[in-house]
Design a protein around this ligand. Structure first.
Ligand code: PLP
Length: 427
C-alpha cells in the first residue's frame, strides 16, 4: 500500500487546517500560527514549551501584564453572581460603577458613556452620535466626517471609511463606503492653512472631525506633538464641528498620561476607548460623549434616541474586569512605569538612528517604533525574533514595541536588544 495521501485524506487535513479563518491572513500561503497555551506576566507560553516575551501586549491591550490576580478575582466573583444579562431595559452595578468612574477620570464633561464590545463598534457609535446629533437639532446634510491621512479606526464599514484612503487593507471596499473628507495632520503652517480651508469648504456637509491623538497606531506608529492635536481641536471648534478622539490605542497610559488628549490640554466632544479598558482581558469598548452631545438626544421624541444596542454591550464580566483595571491604575504606578519604559526605549533604540536602511526611530510613552527605508520581509523578521524569544507583529515598514506597562527590566532589555539586532540585520 502507498503512503501517499489520497484526495480524501487531503480534504480532511485541509478542512482541519481551515476550519478556523484567521485575521489579516492569506490562508493559502501564510505560515501556520504559533499555538499559545498560557500567559503570565509579559510572557506567552507556547504549546511546544517555548516562552515569548510579548513586545506588543496582545495588540496593545494587556497593560498590567497577563493574568493579573486582581482582575482575575474580580471576574471570578462576577462570574458567580451574573456572567451576563441583556442591557435593554436592565442595568447592573458593574456597568453603572464603570460609567461613573470613566466619567470622573476623563477630562471636561465627557460624562455620558455608551458601552459596546469592540473598538471598531465604538467608532461606529461615535460616527452615529455625531451624525444624529445634527439631525436631532434639525440640521440635515451633515453626513461626512473629516479624517486624517495615516489614520486607522477599525475594520467595520463606517470605521473603514475613516481610515486612510490609500491604506491597502481596506482599499478594495471603497465603493461600499461613505466618502469621507481627508486631510494631512496640521504639522506645518501650510498644512494648518490647508485644513482650515478644507473645513471651510466642506463645513455644511461635515458632521465631525475624527483623529487618533498623538499617535496614529495601525497606520504606522506615526507620532505628532500635542500642538498638532491642539490645532486640530481649535480648527474643529472654529468651524463648529464636534471633535471625535479615537483613544482606542492611546487610552490608559500608553502615551505616558492616562489619556493622550491630556497632553494637548483639549477635551473632545466624543471619545472612544477599548483595548486596554479591561486590561486586555475582555472585549469591551466605550464611546463617551459630552453633555452638549448627549443633550442633542435628550427629547420627548422616541425617534431622537440613539438607536444602537449590541447584544453583549456592557457585559458584566467585562465591566468588572475594567473596574478592576481602573483600581490598578489607582493603586500601582502605571504612568511612572510608562515613563520608565519611554526612557529605556529612547535610549535603547537610539543606536538605530541614522543607520543605513533605517528611516526613522520614534518613541512616545511606552511605544517605540523603528521605520525601515523599505519594507523588510516581515515573515522572516518575525520568525527571527521568535527565535530570540520575542513576540512582535511588525506591519508595512514599521517594527514596533508596545509592551505591558508592568514589564520587568530584564524582559524589556531582551525586547530592545532583539529589536535592535534584527532591525540592523533587516535594514
Ligand atoms: N481605533 C484604533 C485607533 C485602533 O488602534 C483600533 C485597533 O487596532 C481600532 C480602532 C479598532 O478596534 P477593534 O480592533 O477592537 O475593533
Amino acid at each position: 500500500s502507498s503512503l501517499a495521501l489520497t484526495p480524501a485524506h487531503r480534504g480532511v487535513i485541509r478542512a482541519a487546517m481551515t476550519a478556523l479563518w484567521r485575521p489579516y491572513t492569506q490562508m493559502k500561503t501564510a505560515a501556520p500560527p504559533l499555538e499559545a497555551v498560557r500567559t503570565h506576566g509579559s510572557r506567552i507560553v507556547l504549546a511546544d514549551g517555548r516562552e515569548l516575551v510579548d513586545g506588543i501586549a496582545s495588540w496593545w491591550t494587556a497593560v498590567h501584564g497577563y493574568n493579573h490576580p486582581h482582575i482575575a478575582a474580580a471576574v471570578a466573583a462576577q462570574l458567580e453572581a451574573m456572567p451576563h444579562v441583556m442591557f435593554g431595559g436592565l442595568t447592573h452595578a458593574p456597568a453603572e460603577r464603570l460609567a461613573a468612574r470613566l466619567a470622573a477620570l476623563l477630562p471636561g464633561d465627557l460624562n455620558h458613556v455608551f458601552f459596546t464590545d469592540s473598538g471598531s463598534v465604538a467608532v461606529e457609535v461615535a460616527l452615529k452620535m455625531a451624525v444624529q446629533s445634527w439631525l436631532n437639532r434639525g440640521v440635515t446634510g451633515r453626513t461626512r466626517v473629516l479624517s486624517f491621512r495615516g489614520g486607522y479606526h477599525g475594520d467595520t464599514m463606517g470605521a473603514m471609511s475613516a481610515c486612510d484612503p490609500d491604506e491597502g487593507m481596506h482599499r478594495r471596499f471603497g465603493a461600499y463606503l461613505p466618502a469621507q473628507v481627508f486631510c494631512d495632520l496640521p504639522g506645518t503652517d501650510a498644512e494648518t492653512a490647508a485644513l482650515d480651508a478644507v473645513l471651510a469648504f466642506h463645513r455644511h456637509e461635515l458632521a465631525a472631525v475624527i483623529v487618533e491623538p498623538l499617535v496614529q497606531g495601525a497606520g504606522g506608529m506615526r507620532m505628532h506633538p500635542p500642538e498638532v492635536l491642539a490645532t486640530v481641536a481649535r480648527l474643529a471648534r472654529r468651524h463648529g464641528l464636534p471633535l471625535i478622539l479615537d483613544e482606542i490605542f492611546t487610552g490608559f497610559g500608553r502615551t505616558g498620561t492616562l489619556f493622550a488628549c491630556e497632553q494637548a490640554g483639549i477635551v473632545p466632544d466624543i471619545l472612544c476607548l477599548s483595548k486596554a479598558l479591561t486590561g486586555g482581558t475582555m472585549a469591551l469598548a466605550a464611546t463617551v460623549a459630552t453633555g452638549a452631545v448627549f443633550e442633542a438626544f435628550w427629547s420627548d421624541d422616541p425617534a431622537a434616541a440613539l438607536m444602537h444596542g449590541p447584544t453583549f454591550m456592557a457585559n458584566p464580566l467585562a465591566c468588572a474586569a475594567a473596574d478592576a483595571s481602573l483600581d490598578l491604575f489607582e493603586r500601582e504606578p502605571r504612568l511612572a512605569q510608562a515613563r520608565t519604559i519611554e526612557a529605556r526605549l529612547a535610549e535603547g533604540l537610539a543606536v538605530l538612528r541614522g543607520r543605513p536602511g533605517i528611516r526613522d526611530v520614534r518613541v512616545l510613552g511606552a511605544i517605540g517604533a523603528v521605520q525601515f527605508a523599505s519594507p523588510p520581509d516581515l515573515a522572516v523578521l518575525k520568525a527571527r525574533l521568535v527565535e530570540r524569544g520575542v513576540w512582535v507583529r511588525p506591519f508595512g515598514d514599521v517594527l514596533y514595541l508596545t509592551p505591558a506597562l508592568t514589564i520587568g527590566p530584564a524582559d524589556l532589555d531582551l525586547l530592545v536588544a532583539s529589536v535592535v539586532a534584527e532591525a540592523l540585520r533587516s535594514a
